[in-house]
Design a protein around this ligand. Structure first.
Ligand code: SF4
Length: 66
C-alpha cells in the first residue's frame, strides 16, 4: 500500500512523523511519504491518518493500480 499526502493541505505539524517516522518525513515544512506501508505498521499509520488535523493523508492499495 502507498501513502499519499496532500501537500497543499499539509500544515507540517509533524504529528504523522512523530507516530510513524519510518513512513512519514518532513521536507521544507511539508510531510512526504518515505516508504510504502508494511502490514505491521497499519495501526500506527491509521492513527496518523485519523489524527492528521487537516485530513491530508490517504492510502492507496497498490494492487488496484495494476
Ligand atoms: S499530520 Fe497531516 S498536517 Fe501534520 S505533518 Fe502529517 S500530513 Fe501534514
Amino acid at each position: 500500500m502507498k501513502v499519499c499526502i496532500n501537500k497543499t493541505d499539509c500544515i507540517g505539524c509533524q504529528f504523522c512523523t512523530d507516530i510513524v517516522p519510518d513512513v512519514f518525513g518532513i521536507e521544507e515544512g511539508v510531510a512526504f511519504p518515505k516508504s510504502e506501508i508494511r502490514n505491521h505498521n497499519d495501526n500506527a499509520v491509521q492513527e496518523a491518518i485519523e489524527g492528521c488535523p487537516v485530513g491530508a493523508i490517504s492510502i492507496t492499495e497498490k494492487s488496484e493500480a495494476a
